[in-house]
Design a protein around this ligand. Structure first.
Ligand SMILES: NC(=O)C1=CN([C@@H]2O[C@H](COP(=O)(O)OP(=O)(O)OC[C@H]3O[C@@H](n4cnc5c(N)ncnc54)[C@H](O)[C@@H]3O)[C@@H](O)[C@H]2O)C=CC1
Ligand SMILES: Cc1cc2nc3c(=O)[nH]c(=O)nc-3n(C[C@H](O)[C@H](O)[C@H](O)COP(=O)(O)O)c2cc1C
Length: 173
């Protein structure tokens, strides 16, 4: 089928959209926060770079998630990009597990914002939320990076076709 023959919206329903989105491989991240509103963390694949000036990422957070008010009220967060081997941790932060149990499963450090930084993440971005845009069910959080921690030894982890996949670094092949 050529691109010109593709059916036009509104033929795309929620399930068809999700089924299609499952084809977009993405990094898996644990987004954390700690502050006056408390400590919270959740798994997110909807994360990407927005601009390098000022250094900004976006994170999409469902407003129905239990963690949403905590992130909104603290105003700071850390994007911890997961490494190969973090599959169980990702699932734990993927919903329904009490917050203490989620955090007990790994080692954490703290940088400027106070948000928990995951030991062993491939990279962590300690951020301030600078803007929030509501789109449908989600809030798009614009996050300015205040500090970075890179881990140059670990392999990457991707979420693709509803499963985890390891991404080997070039020099390990
Ligand atoms: N952006 C989001 O909010 C995402 C949420 N999830 C959560 O994890 C569950 C399992 O996901 P999958 O195993 O990948 O199967 P799935 O069939 O539920 O989702 C397939 C893909 O659709 C997108 N997606 C899923 N739920 C979405 C939502 N509420 N809003 C926007 N995009 C969404 C994501 O790209 C996801 O990988 C989902 O049902 C959802 O609860 C997963 C990925 C992204
Ligand atoms: C692989 C994966 C990716 C996810 N990506 C997102 C995301 O980008 N945005 C989001 O709001 N929720 C995402 N979720 C779901 C949240 O992690 C989940 O809703 C969150 O842990 C809050 O759950 P709770 O309401 O039970 O506390 C994802 C879950 C998994 C397993």
């Amino acid at each position: 089928m050529s691109v010109h023959e593709l059916p036009l919206p509104p033929n795309v329903d929620r399930d068809a959209f999700r089924h299609a989105m499952a084809r977009l491989g993405a990094a898996v991240n644990i987004i954390t926060t700690d502050g006056p509103a408390g400590r919270a963390g959740f798994t997110a694949s909807a994360v990407c770079s927005v601009t390098d000036t000022p250094p900004t990422l976006l994170v999409c957070l469902n407003r129905s998630a239990s963690v949403w008010p905590t992130f909104r009220d603290n105003g700071y967060l850390c994007v911890n990009t997961l490494a190969a081997g973090h599959e169980d941790l990702s699932t734990l932060f993927g919903g329904k597990t009490p917050m203490d149990q989620r955090f007990a499963a790994a080692n954490w450090h703290t940088l400027a914002s106070g948000s928990p930084l995951l030991e062993g993440a491939t990279v962590s971005f300690d951020c301030k939320i600078t803007q929030v845009v509501s789109v449908g069910t989600h809030d798009v959080l614009m996050c300015e990076a205040l500090a970075l921690v890179r881990n140059d030894d670990s392999h990457g982890l991707a979420w693709f076709d509803r499963g985890y996949h390891h991404l080997l670094r070039q020099d390990a092949r």
